[in-house]
Design a protein around this ligand. Structure first.
Ligand code: MN
Length: 265
C-alpha cells in the first residue's frame, strides 16, 4: 500500500495511492489516483470516499518525523570515493526534523557552501515505539519505506568535526513521494538522476549493515517512535547539485522523489 500526504481542496489529508502495480516498476504518475482516508495511516484505514487524480493534488512529505536518523558510509564503494574506511559499526547521525521536505519542494542551496551534494538513499518510517529491538524482530517496527535525499554540504562536512551543519539545513532532507508499506528492502535498486543524467545506480544488497541491523542498532541507542525516519546510507556516485538542477531519487517498487534545486535568496 502506498500512503501519501497531500493537499486538496484547501485541506491536508492522508491517502492511499491507487493505480497499476507491477513488481519492480514505478508506474507513471498520470495513471495514479489517491483515495483520502479519515485518520492517521498507522491506525485502521477508513476511506472518506474522496478520490483525486494525483496530478490534481500537491503531495507533501509523507510523514513529519520527530527525528531523522541516518547512517554514514554504509556502502563500501561510497566510503572509498570519499577516502574513508568502512566503519566497524553503523556510523549514525541526526538530521533535524526541520530539514524535511516533500517531492517537488525546493532544495535551497545555502550561500556559505560551494559544494552541496546529493545522496540517494532508501529511507524507512518507524511504525511502533521501539527500544532495544533484537535484529530478528527489527522489521516488525517498520511501517514502510520511501525515497530520501541526504543532501550534504560536503565542504562543511569536511571542515567540521561532526555533521550537524553540513546535513542540517532547511530542505536538506527530501523524502517521498509516498510510503510503500509492502516492500522488501534487501535487494532493491537505488538511483539518482541530476537533470536526466544518472549519477548513482546502486543496490541495497551492497549495504554493509542491512536494514534490520541498522534499526536494531539505533534502537539500542535511542527510543524510536512512530514517524521517525531512518536513512540507510548512499551508494557511490554522489556529486554536486547547483542552482537550476532537478534531482531525482528513484527506487524500484517505491517511486520517484523529484526536487528542484535553487540558490537561496
Ligand atoms: Mn547519507
Amino acid at each position: 500500500m502506498r500512503i501519501a500526504r497531500f493537499v486538496a481542496g484547501g485541506g491536508i489529508s492522508w491517502g492511499v495511492v491507487e493505480g497499476p502495480t507491477e513488481a519492480g516498476a514505478n508506474p507513471p504518475f498520470e495513471s495514479l489516483t489517491v483515495a483520502a482516508i479519515k485518520d492517521h495511516p498507522m491506525g485502521p484505514i477508513e476511506f472518506t470516499g474522496d478520490r483525486f487524480a494525483l496530478t490534481d493534488v500537491r503531495l507533501l512529505a509523507p510523514i513529519l518525523p520527530s527525528k531523522v536518523i541516518a547512517v554514514g558510509r554504509n556502502y563500501a564503494a561510497h566510503a572509498a570515493e570519499l577516502g574513508n574506511d568502512v566503519p566497524e559499526r553503523p556510523l549514525i547521525f541526526l538530521k533535524p526534523s526541520t530539514s524535511v521536505i516533500g517531492t517537488q519542494d525546493v532544495v535551497r542551496l545555502p550561500p556559505d557552501s560551494d559544494q552541496v551534494e546529493h545522496e540517494a538513499e532508501l529511507a524507512l518510517v518507524i511504525g511502533r515505539v521501539a527500544k532495544d529491538v533484537p535484529r530478528e524482530r527489527a522489521l516488525d517496527v517498520v511501517f514502510g519505506y520511501t525515497c530520501a535525499n541526504d543532501v550534504t554540504a560536503r565542504d562543511q562536512q569536511r571542515a567540521d568535526v561532526q555533521f550537524t551543519r553540513a546535513k542540517g539545513y532547511d530542505s536538506f532532507c527530501p523524502i517521498g513521494p509516498w510510503i510503500e508499506t509492502s516492500f522488501d528492502p534487501s535487494a532493491v535498486r537505488v538511483r539518482c538522476l541530476v537533470n536526466d543524467r544518472t549519477t548513482q545506480d546502486g543496490n541495497t544488497r551492497d549495504m554493509i549493515f542491512d536494514v534490520p541491523t541498522i534499526v536494531s542498532f539505533m534502537s539500542h541507542v535511542m527510543t524510536l517512535v512512530p514517524g521517525d525516519v531512518i536513512l540507510t546510507g548512499t551508494p557511490e556516485g554522489v556529486g554536486r547539485i547547483v542552482d537550476g538542477d532537478t534531482v531525482t531519487v528513484a527506487i524500484d517498487g517505491i517511486g520517484e522523489l523529484v526536487n528542484p534545486v535553487r540558490a537561496k535568496g
